[in-house]
Design a protein around this ligand. Structure first.
Ligand code: HEC
Length: 139
């Protein structure tokens, strides 16, 4: 009987470890560094300026038949979330309000760097704290 108890205990702890690892990511894989923001800027200039413009404001510069592009410098006015995950998802999958999906045009890595650039367009008091490159070698 004791042995069955022990086996149960081992199985339960293995399950617990697996469950802990499957926990959803709460942070993007690329820290908010100058390097990541600079990469994101290149992807942004290639993929996003057409609607959001170079300064991210994107308003009144073009005629849009659908929803006008969000002002990326004003996260308070956004309607689909401002967390890293939300910006990533809305860029990858698009939104129901005319923001096109990028899953076939950009890799996940490119989107994550773009997420960092987009957040660098926010007012200073809303921006994430810059992570020093030295502490995240290679990212
Ligand atoms: C064809 C035009 C178009 C392009 C290109 C485009 N967007 Fe958008 N985007 C929109 C429109 C329209 C909205 C506003 C509707 C909405 O919020 O869903 C929007 C909204 C957003 C929002 C805010 C969503 C919210 O929560 O309100 C983010 C963030 C965003 N875009 C990021 C990007 C990024 C990053 C790119 C480039 C990879 C990009 N967009 C390219 C049209 C575009």
């Amino acid at each position: 009987m004791a042995r069955i108890g022990l086996i149960f205990l081992i199985v339960a702890s293995v399950a617990l470890v697996i469950a802990a690892q499957a926990k959803p990511e709460t942070k993007g894989p690329f820290p908010y560094t100058r390097k990541s923001i600079a990469k994101g800027k290149e992807y942004y200039l290639t993929n996003c300026v057409e609607c959001h413009d170079q300064d991210g404001r994107g308003l009144n510069r073009r005629d849009f038949s659908g929803t006008p592009p969000a002002d990326l410098t004003d996260p308070d006015a956004w309607t689909h979330g401002t967390s890293e995950q939300a910006i990533f998802k809305n860029t990858k999958e698009g939104t129901t309000d005319d923001m096109p999906p990028y899953k076939d045009k950009m890799t996940d890595e490119e989107i994550w760097h773009t997420v960092n650039f987009v957040r660098s367009l926010w007012p200073e008091n809303k921006r994430p704290k810059l992570v020093e490159e030295k502490s995240v070698e290679g990212k």
